[in-house]
Design a protein around this ligand. Sequence first.
Ligand SMILES: [Zn+2]
Ligand SMILES: [Zn+2]
Length: 280
Amino acid sequence: MQQAHVDYIVRRRDERRAVQVTVLGKSPSWQDTAGACSGYLVQEGDFTLLLDCGNGVFSKLRRHCDYVDVDAVLITHMHADHFLDLVPFSYALSYAPRQQPVPVGGHPGTSNPARPQLYVPQGATEVLRAIVGCWGAADLVDNAFSIREYASADELTIGPLRVRFCEVPHFTVTHAVDLASNGSRFTFGADCRPNDELVAFAQGTDVLMIEATLPRPERTGVRGHLTAREAGEHGRLAGAARLVVTHYSDELDSEWTRAEAADSYGGPVEMAIEDAVYTV
Ligand SMILES: [Zn+2]
Ligand SMILES: [Zn+2]
């Protein structure tokens, strides 16, 4: 067999084993033009995890995979830009004709509707019930997903992924998430103000996806987010092999943001772009 052909087969096999992270939404708490808030599709082989499900994410998800094929959803914290599209996702899982147990609208129906796992922070189940309960649908999300609340100290196995959490300082209880598989690590910083916890948690990671919401530090009140320069600093202190900046608005100059982060990181920085795929 020719060497080039062997290399191709090996590469194909490695790509199948590798974790692929697709950016569905990278906007901050308001969407970019035609954009979506926080959402990342994490796939390895046939396994699919949706990391965060902010507003706009469900539509973006459907461009990349069938929502009934999502095995699990993991929410980092209960801010609208990280969970709000659980509502349309729940409606699809509950009312799409092919999810019905009896034939509907020309669709044969199914005896086995998709019911993905949904991992949320402690107390989030009640928050979700209260939100959808406003219009009398309190059990919408409970019925659509199989909900499990996690604690910061939990170490979970979700499909092929080993999942760890680190509580990071933000405006509400928030978790950075580390996903490991086949010796590779992808660390997502969620939303946070400058902190040592994320630096320690992400130490030596292969890819650190980190927010850079702010052009400058908040001028008043308790801080909750990072500037691009602070994001780069966290990446450098964590010794992250690759740094991807996310949660930034299209109303900021992305090249300025990248340059700020790269300067403090001490190397090239990638900007999260919707639909881009990062191989870990
Ligand atoms: Zn937040
Ligand atoms: Zn956010």
